[in-house]
Design a protein around this ligand. Structure first.
Ligand code: SF4
Ligand code: SF4
Length: 285
């Protein structure tokens, strides 16, 4: 039985990698129970859930990260590229293995609440650990996008990482030298940024993350900006000003982002641009 589960786990992971995932891990569905709020547990989405398969990948390319044109990262997003991989894994599990498989929708259920925390799923599956900057960082690739599949298929789970990825050794050195880290230095909460924290015994202690402020800087060309400009245009009595709002670059780029991609359009991620985790992978000739 144990060998059979191991073989099934290997097949699912191989299928995920073949379909475009950079990384794939498995978390036991029950591991979410003490950690996730009511309504956001695998069993809430799929009765009889036993495993959660997490696929990660589709990061911005190395060229994207070094482009000096801010609008480039602001108006392109790659989250939607990982969504079909999650969906394909769900199809594989149902069609080839005969178990229920639910691809967790990437959007929000009620309000701004996700259907399932993909960050928690990635951590439980050992794909990375949370960082002072916010995202789960993979030891080799740094920030990745994730999709999850909840399934009744019993699989061998992975374990969370024993050693957190953040802070990186060079960040510990920087902290000892300058009392800050690259991410804290680029977006300092005391000076109008979003992040604050400190390192203690080589581990990070996060003291502030201004989620709302960060949200306005990350989702610059997404649903929020669409709603805002639309509201302003509807309230604008002057015909020329209304036209400027609707045909201006913010609204136009927002429409490009929304219509040509999935969710999570636009980026700020200056804190990730300076993060040493994944820097080697992001460095090309
Ligand atoms: S994504 Fe941008 S605004 Fe948000 S914490 Fe990072 S640097 Fe700051
Ligand atoms: S720069 Fe990256 S590794 Fe260093 S403290 Fe910030 S998030 Fe962690």
């Amino acid at each position: 039985m144990a060998t059979e589960t191991a073989a099934l786990t290997a097949r699912v992971k191989e299928a995920a990698l073949k379909r475009g995932a950079l990384v794939c891990g498995v978390a036991p569905a029950a591991a979410f129970d003490p950690l996730a709020p009511d309504g956001q547990r695998p069993g809430d989405l799929l009765p009889g859930a036993r495993s959660v398969v997490i696929v990660g990948g589709a990061p911005p390319r190395a060229g994207d990260w070094i482009s000096p044109v801010a609008e480039h990262l602001e108006s392109m997003g790659t989250t939607q590229r990982i969504e079909p991989v999650g969906r394909a894994v769900a199809v594989f599990i149902e069609e080839e293995l005969g178990y229920y498989a639910l691809h967790v929708p990437g959007g929000v259920g009620r309000g701004d609440r996700a259907f399932l925390s993909l960050m928690l799923a990635a951590e439980l599956a050992g794909l990375g650990s949370r960082s002072l900057a916010g995202p789960v960082l993979h030891p080799r690739y740094g920030m990745l996008y994730y999709a999850a599949v909840v399934t009744t298929l019993p699989l061998d789970p992975d374990r969370p990482l024993e050693t957190p990825v953040c802070p990186a050794p060079s960040c510990v050195e920087m902290w000892e030298r300058e009392g800050t880290t690259p991410c804290l230095a680029v977006c300092p909460a005391p000076r109008g940024g979003c992040l604050d924290g400190r390192l203690e015994n080589g581990r990070f202690v996060r003291t502030a993350y201004k989620r709302d402020l960060c949200g306005t800087r990350v989702y610059t060309n997404w649903i929020g900006s669409f709603q805002k400009v639309l509201e302003a245009a509807l309230d604008e009595p002057d015909r020329d000003r209304r036209k400027m709002l609707l045909y201006g670059s913010l609204f136009t780029r927002t429409l490009w982002s929304i219509t040509y991609a999935g969710q999570s359009q636009a980026q700020c991620f200056e804190c990730i641009r300076v993060c040493p985790v994944g820097a080697e992978y992001r460095t090309k000739k």
